[in-house]
Design a protein around this ligand. Structure first.
Ligand code: CDP
Ligand code: CDP
Length: 228
C-alpha cells in the first residue's frame, strides 16, 4: 500500500491554506490539521481568563491545562476547548487581533508543537500553519508555501466573513498586513518559507486549481517515498 506522507502548508493569512489543505486531505483520505485554530483556541481561553501575553507564568499554566481537540465537521473543522465547541468564537475579530501576541510566547508554541507532532506521528496528514515546514515537521515529504497578494487575500476575507462582520476591504487589508508583519517578525518560529518548500502564488487561481496543483505534487512525493 502507498506510503502515507506528511504535507506541510504554510503561508500568510488568507492565502487559502485551510481551504486547500482540506481539499488535498480529502483527495488522499488524509487527516487535515489546522494549527491556526489551536493558537486561536489558546488566545480565546487566555482572553476569557484575563491572562495577557506578558503574564508568562499564568499563560504557561493555562496552556498546560487546556484540552484542545480538532474534529472533522461538515464544512469546517470543529474546534473543542475543554469540551466546548468554540469553532465560531475563535474566528471573531477580538480573538483574531490578539492571536499573534499569544503565538509569540515560547511556552505556548512549545506545548502546541508537541501536540501537533503527536497528531502527525502516523503520517497521512496535511497540516497548515506558519512554521510547519520549518519547525513542526521539518521532515515532511512535501512542503508548500502558499501565498497571494495582500489585496486578493483581503478580498477573500471580505467575501468569506469580513462583510458580515461589518468590515471594509481597507480595514481587512490593514488587519492582514499587520498580522503578517507580527508573524514574520517574531523571534521564535517566524513565518518564513522553508528552504525546501515549493512556492505557489494563488492570486489568480481558484481554490480548486491550487488544490489540484498540490495534489499533483503530493502524488509525486508519495511515489518517491514508496521507492526509498
Ligand atoms: O486563517 P488565518 O490565516 O487568518 O489564521 P490562522 O491560520 O487561523 O492563524 C491565526 C494566527 O495563529 C496567525 O496569525 C499566527 O499568529 C498564529 N499561528 C502561528 O503562529 N503558527 C501556526 N503554525 C499557525 C498559526
Ligand atoms: O487558511 P488561510 O487563512 O490561508 O485561508 P482560508 O481560511 O482557506 O481562506 C481563504 C478564502 O479564500 C476561502 O474563502 C476560500 O474559498 C478562498 N480562496 C482560496 O482559498 N484559494 C483560492 N485560490 C481562491 C479563493
Amino acid at each position: 500500500s502507498p506510503r502515507r506522507i506528511a504535507i506541510a502548508i504554510d503561508g500568510p493569512a488568507g492565502a487559502g491554506k485551510s481551504t486547500v489543505a482540506r481539499l488535498v486531505a480529502g483527495r488522499f483520505g488524509y487527516v487535515y490539521i489546522d494549527t491556526g485554530a489551536m493558537y486561536r483556541a489558546v488566545a480565546l481561553a487566555a482572553l476569557r481568563a484575563g491572562v495577557e501575553p506578558g503574564m508568562t507564568g499564568e499563560l504557561e499554566k493555562l496552556v498546560s491545562e487546556l484540552d484542545i481537540r480538532l474534529e472533522p465537521g461538515d464544512v469546517v473543522q470543529r474546534v473543542r476547548l475543554n469540551g466546548e465547541d468554540v469553532t465560531d468564537e475563535i474566528r471573531s475579530r477580538a480573538v483574531t487581533s490578539v492571536v499573534p501576541a499569544y503565538a509569540a510566547v515560547p511556552a505556548v508554541r512549545a506545548r502546541l508543537v508537541e501536540l501537533q507532532r503527536a497528531m502527525a506521528r502516523e503520517g497521512g496528514v496535511v497540516m497548515d500553519g506558519r512554521d510547519i515546514g520549518t519547525h513542526v515537521l521539518p521532515d515532511a515529504e512535501l512542503k508548500v508555501f502558499l501565498t497571494a497578494s495582500v489585496q486578493e487575500r483581503a478580498r477573500r476575507r471580505y467575501e468569506e466573513s469580513g462583510r458580515a462582520q461589518g468590515m471594509t476591504l481597507e480595514m481587512l487589508e490593514e488587519e492582514i498586513a499587520e498580522r503578517d508583519r507580527q508573524d514574520a517578525s517574531r523571534e521564535i518560529s517566524p513565518l518564513v518559507k522553508a528552504e525546501d518548500a515549493i512556492v505557489l502564488d494563488t492570486t489568480t487561481l481558484t481554490a480548486e486549481e491550487a488544490a489540484e496543483r498540490i495534489a499533483a505534487l503530493a502524488g509525486r512525493s508519495i511515489a518517491e517515498a514508496g521507492r526509498s
